[in-house]
Design a protein around this ligand. Structure first.
Ligand SMILES: [Zn+2]
Length: 468
């Protein structure tokens, strides 16, 4: 009988990165001023100070990381990819007025538009160091075809990991909701579509590239029945749950008028607090709301730029972290955050939380901001065993940031340079051990072709929407 293969001979290929600064974002925030990372196939084999161990077999690539910082790949926890082709519209509106202005256009989206928009949204984020993204897609016009399938194919073109939150809306104007009647699904249709997406695409295995979550859109666009049934479906299937919550004062007023309680109490009454739930925004939270999130371990996707763009307010992130609430970062849809970058959200999270007079300069520091964008994201997406920190045995999702160029070279501390400085160039980004960015460009798709197709699809959508 043959001896069991040693771990070393079982490895097909190794990538060695040396001479770089490393921020592991592990439980102790371990950092190395000069260290190495060894990637064995799709997992991290070793991380540490100094050079990589000698005598490693099957090294296919050895990278001199001088002048660079290596971090875990960034994790985006809230987005609406389709909005890439409706950027720059309704630029001076609050949330409700902005939604009412855009719903009629969004209701005309089709599979070709969603493909282009996914390439644009995800391409932009991956180019900036995102390795796992979540997309909340909740617009399913009748006759639009297999939008979930189209989006997942476009994600695979780029090579990132995805949690596709299959959204839905079934409360339209006729039921006291915000969207027009033609923009929503039936309750049954929404539940069936969600179940189909889970059955067809959700992969819960270690290293999965695709998770599906159940994600009714927001209290003002979904029925109480859809919330309750959506939660039951998600828990029956063992998938995570996502929605928007406590985003604006108008939403809070809406909940009090329709349900006789605030958003957090309403979510709790419908089964929507729990460690399998994460919610976008959570701006208007009182002490008892934060305590409820902490008690139930409900996660938060903090979207500082979108909250500023729509004048929604400042989420109480320092209070949430102090209470033990899991918090990640989100770009949000690019119709309310046109830059579409997650790496600049690290800085914006830090700066905007310091504008809250309660905590001021002690609100967040650079390391906390990096943690929000990495490990915090893994927490809210339920994947801390796989991604979010650089530790042996975890998946090889990592970014090599170039910090010796004009934008960063005069800042001594690399994490400070990354968070406080301009958007840092990405020399290399790996997902599952495979390059998705090399020398600041996407490796799997032609960026100029995306630029052309997104422009063409944005123009086609605008034309169709104008025809009515
Ligand atoms: Zn959103």
């Amino acid at each position: 009988m043959a001896a069991p293969a040693s771990p070393d001979s079982a490895v097909k290929q190794r990538i060695v990165i040396e001479n770089c600064a490393i921020a592991t974002v592990d439980a102790d925030d371990t950092e190395y001023a000069g260290g190495h990372v060894v990637v064995a196939d799709n997992v991290i084999e070793s991380v540490g100070a100094g050079k990589a161990p000698e005598g490693l077999a099957n090294v296919v690539r050895r990278i001199d990381g001088t002048g660079h910082l290596v971090t875990p790949g960034l994790i985006n926890t809230h987005h609406h990819f389709y909005q890439w082709i409706t950027r720059g519209l309704a630029t001076d509106h609050n949330l409700f007025n902005w939604l009412v202005a855009l719903y009629p256009t969004w209701a005309r989206i089709d599979a070709a538009m969603l493909t282009a928009a996914t390439h644009g949204s995800l391409g932009m984020m991956v180019k900036g160091g995102v390795t796992t993204a979540s997309d909340h897609h909740y617009v399913f016009p009748r006759g639009a075809g297999d939008l979930v399938g189209a989006e997942l194919a476009a994600v695979a073109d780029i090579g990132a990991r995805i949690t596709l939150a299959r959204g839905s809306m079934d409360r339209s104007e006729k039921d006291g909701g915000l969207p027009p009647d033609f923009a929503v699904e039936t309750t049954e249709g929404a539940l069936l579509g969600t179940e189909e997406a889970i059955d067809k695409h959700h992969d819960s295995s270690f290293g999965s590239m695709v998770h599906i979550a159940a994600a009714p859109c927001s209290p003002f666009s979904i029925s109480t029945e859809l919330l309750r049934e959506g939660a039951a479906l998600a828990r029956r299937k063992g998938v995570r749950m996502h929605t928007h919550g406590s985003e604006t004062v108008e939403e809070e007023k809406f909940c009090h008028e329709l349900f006789g309680m605030g958003p957090t109490d309403y979510f709790e009454s419908t089964g929507w607090l729990g460690e399998d739930v994460w919610m976008a925004h959570c701006v208007h939270m009182n002490d008892s709301d934060i305590a409820a999130f902490a008690r139930t371990k409900t996660g938060v996707a903090h979207c500082p730029s979108s909250n500023a763009r729509l004048a929604a307010g400042i989420a109480r992130v320092p209070d949430m972290l102090a209470a033990g609430v899991p918090v990640g970062l989100g770009v949000d849809g690019t119709a309310s955050n046109e830059s579409g970058e997650l790496h600049t959200e690290l800085r914006n999270a830090l700066l905007i939380n310091r504008l809250n007079p309660v905590h001021r300069e002690a609100a967040l520091n650079a390391r906390q901001a990096l943690r929000l964008g990495t490990y915090g994201g893994a927490q809210v997406l339920g994947r801390t065993g796989e991604i979010g920190s650089l530790e042996p045995g975890k998946l090889a999702d990592l970014v090599l940031w170039k910090l010796d160029g004009l934008g960063h070279s005069s800042i001594a501390d690399p994490v400070t340079a990354l968070v406080f400085g301009p958007a840092a160039p990405v020399t290399l980004s790996l997902v599952d051990g495979k390059p998705v960015v090399e020398d600041n460009h996407l490796t799997n798709i032609d960026e100029d072709a995306i630029a052309r197709s997104t422009r063409a699809e944005a123009q086609r959508l605008a034309r169709i929407a104008a025809e009515g």
